[in-house]
Every structure is written in structure tokens, then in C-alpha cells.
Design a protein around this ligand. Structure first.
Ligand SMILES: Cc1ncc(COP(=O)(O)O)c(C=O)c1O
Length: 400
């Protein structure tokens, strides 16, 4: 039976990262996977995580199953982190959540709940979006529509196109939005534009589903959540998928939360029961370690301050890299790269063709996605000149 199954192609992003790992060129540059890399080119463990981990190891008395909704301290901490401590919806008890295996788990649980409520729901996704959104939502049986989002010519959000397309979204439809630091393009909505989306959701009755995987890495924890908080203030219902992978560096611990903003406290409780039953069908209980660390960090003032300081430093570094990369690229080519400085978070498209991205890979060992999406955090003082020179050469059509 199993011999019918054939080898599948490698994941496009992970496959490129693997190819970079085995590239013997000492100058190779890996800008593929969306993980934060320090100046030293490593993905660091947060100091607050290390401290929380030491305390946990000393205090832990059991490895028994987690409750189906996960750790209560974690859930409360995540609700406050995303919604803000003064959220009216939180105060009204209209918010509930369950701990999930990463932001991916939260997206999948959100999709399960949507499917239970409206099996025929169409999910509107941005063009482009993070490719993994499609299998995560589609495997539940939801169908897709696309709205225009990124304008490659202008290197920014095509908001007119987005609004025109979303005018066709109706009650019973879901609109998937990136809370901040859009993956793959780095172009985010302004607060005014979030307001327009809230107006449309109110008028047309669609349900926003906000994926916020990079809170704290764009402009800071509060500013990055301003859009999702605006929706939560204005609308009766909202689903949020949050992740601690990037902003706490807990990638491998699979730590996330599916958060439900509901019309009533009763409905918020009902949503937890729905989400738990959905989780039972897939993985039963969430993993403990990451959520126990995150819960501890979010509930301890000193650890929170320590974590926030380190996160702010990362955010400043990314924004500094954006400025340096823009000017280095402009030194080596006659193109305007100012959009890199305007965009937010880890990702930007460099605006190269797939053939140019391939030439960078084959001739210079500079690895980015074929779309020319780069992980800005993969740039550092040691590789920025090499990278900018290589991009300049490829843009001029020069051989290596
Ligand atoms: C847009 C977006 N959403 C969600 C996630 C989920 O991340 P994780 O499952 O690692 O928490 C990612 C990770 O790269 C992402 O880029």
C-alpha cells in the first residue's frame, strides 16, 4: 500500500536553507528562513527565557499532560500581550484563548473553529501571503479568495486594490490579515487603513482573522498590536493567531495561542470548548515547556522587563539593518531601495526577478527566496558589503 507514495518536493523555504547549509563558499549568506539572527549570525536564546528555564527546572514536579486549553497563566498573559491590559473586550470577559503548538497550531485551530461555525466560509488571503497559510487553512476544507495587497511597482500596500477586492467579502466570509510585519512583503497597514477595514467588517459582516507572529519586531509591542486592538474595540467578533516563536525566540518549543474575541462571555467560553475538541482531533494537548516559560515571563515583572529590553534591542537592530542595507544597495546600484527602510519586521522583497535571485544563489552563494524575499535579520556587519556588491553585480548583469 505505502509503495504507491512517491517522494514529494522539499518545502521551498526549508529546501533553500538546507542548500545554503551545505554550500562550501565561506562568504555564503543565508537570507531564507524567517528566524531572528544576531550580529554574530546565530539565533539567540533570550536571557529571560534562560532565567525562566532555570527556575522551571528547579520547580517542576511533573510531566503529566497539560490541560486541553493549555497553561492558564500563559493564556492570560497572551491575551493581555495581544489585546492590551486595558482592552474593553478583555474587561467584559468577551475574550478567551487556548494554548496551541506555535502560531501554526493557532491558525489551524482558528480554521477548525471557523469550519465548525460556517463550513462554506471563504477565506480571503492577501496577495501575496505566507505560503503555509494555504495548507493550514485549506486542509480543514475552507476555500480561498485573494485580495490585492502588495504593489511590486510601488513597493507598498495597494490599499485601493485591497478595499476594492474586499468589497466582495460578505457575512460568513473570513478575511485573513497580518497583524504586523507582513510576511513576505514587510508592507503594513497604517492605523487609518485598519480603521477602514474595521468599517468594512462592520458594514459587510465578514470576520477578520488576524495572524500576529511578529509582535514587537516592527515598531515595538504596543504599536505592532495597534491594528488588531482597533479591530477588537470596534467589532463583536475576531479570531487571532499569536506566536511566541519570534518575539520570545521559542521557535522549537512550539508556543502560540488561538484567541477568540466574542460577542458575549458565554460565547467566549463556548469557543474554548470548540477549540479543545478540535485540538483533541489533531494533537490532544499542547506541549508544556514553551508556554510555561512564556507564562512565567509574562507574569513576572522583572522577567517581563528583561524580555522587553532584549526584544526592543532586536527590533532596533532590524530597523538599523534596514537603513544600512538600503544605503549599501544604493551605493552598488542605481535603484531606489528606500522602501526597505519603510517596511517593517524581518521581511522585504528586494524587487529582483526569479532569474536574478537564482544568479545570486549560483554565482555568489547569496540565498533568498525566488520571489527575492529576504530575511533582513540575516544581514550583519560581516556580510552586508558582500551582499550589496553581489546584488549590484547581478542587477548590472555582470558575472561573479
Ligand atoms: C506569517 C506567519 N504566521 C505564523 C507563523 C507561525 O509560526 P510558528 O508556528 O513557528 O509559531 C509564521 C512563522 O514563520 C509566520 O511567518
Amino acid at each position: 500500500m505505502l509503495d504507491k507514495l512517491t517522494q514529494l518536493p522539499e518545502d521551498s523555504i526549508l529546501g533553500l536553507a538546507a542548500a545554503c547549509r551545505v554550500d562550501p563558499n565561506p562568504h555564503k549568506v543565508d537570507l531564507t528562513v524567517g528566524i531572528y539572527m544576531s550580529e554574530a549570525g546565530i539565533c539567540p536564546v533570550f536571557d529571560a527565557v534562560r532565567l525562566a528555564q532555570q527556575a522551571l527546572i528547579e520547580e517542576e514536579t511533573t510531566k503529566a499532560y497539560m490541560p486541553p486549553a493549555g497553561d492558564a497563566t500563559f493564556n492570560t498573559g497572551m491575551q493581555r500581550l495581544v489585546m492590551g491590559g486595558d482592552s474593553p473586550a478583555l474587561a467584559a470577559g468577551r475574550v478567551s484563548s487556548i494554548q496551541t503548538p506555535g502560531g501554526c497550531g493557532a491558525i489551524r485551530i482558528g480554521a477548525e473553529v471557523i469550519h465548525a461555525a460556517a463550513p462554506d466560509a471563504r477565506v480571503w488571503v492577501s496577495d501575496p501571503t505566507w505560503p503555509v497559510h494555504i495548507p493550514l487553512l485549506g486542509s480543514v476544507g475552507l476555500s480561498f479568495e485573494t485580495y490585492r495587497y502588495y504593489d511590486p511597482a510601488e513597493h507598498g500596500v495597494n490599499f485601493e486594490g485591497m478595499v476594492a477586492d474586499l468589497q466582495q467579502a460578505r457575512r460568513g466570509d473570513v478575511v485573513l490579515l497580518h497583524g504586523c510585519c507582513h510576511n513576505p512583503c514587510g508592507a503594513d497597514l497604517s492605523l487609518e487603513q485598519w480603521g477602514t477595514i474595521a468599517d468594512m467588517a462592520e458594514r459587510q459582516g465578514f470576520l477578520p482573522f488576524v495572524d500576529i507572529a511578529y509582535q514587537g519586531l516592527g515598531d515595538g509591542l504596543e504599536t505592532d498590536a495597534a491594528g488588531v486592538r482597533l479591530l477588537a474595540e470596534r467589532l463583536p467578533e475576531l479570531i487571532i493567531a499569536a506566536s511566541c516563536s519570534k518575539n520570545m525566540g521559542l521557535y522549537r518549543e512550539r508556543t502560540g495561542a488561538a484567541i477568540f474575541v466574542c460577542a458575549s462571555a458565554d460565547n467566549a467560553r463556548a469557543l474554548v470548548s470548540q477549540a479543545q475538541v478540535a485540538a483533541r482531533r489533531i494533537y490532544s494537548m499542547p506541549p508544556a515547556h514553551g508556554a510555561l516559560l512564556a507564562g512565567r515571563i509574562l507574569s513576572d515583572e522583572a522577567l517581563t522587563a528583561n524580555w522587553e529590553d532584549e526584544l526592543q534591542a532586536m527590533c532596533r537592530r532590524i530597523n538599523g539593518l534596514r537603513t544600512s542595507l538600503m544605503s549599501k544597495l544604493q551605493q552598488h546600484s542605481d535603484r531606489d531601495f528606500s522602501f526597505i527602510e519603510r517596511e517593517k519586521g524581518m521581511f522585504s522583497f528586494l524587487g529582483l526577478t526569479p532569474a536574478q535571485a537564482l544568479a545570486l544563489r549560483e554565482q555568489h552563494s547569496v540565498y533568498m527566496l525566488d520571489s527575492s524575499r529576504i530575511n533582513v535579520a540575516g544581514v550583519n556587519g560581516a556580510n552586508i558589503d558582500y551582499l550589496a556588491e553581489a546584488v549590484g553585480k547581478v542587477l548590472r548583469g555582470e558575472a561573479a
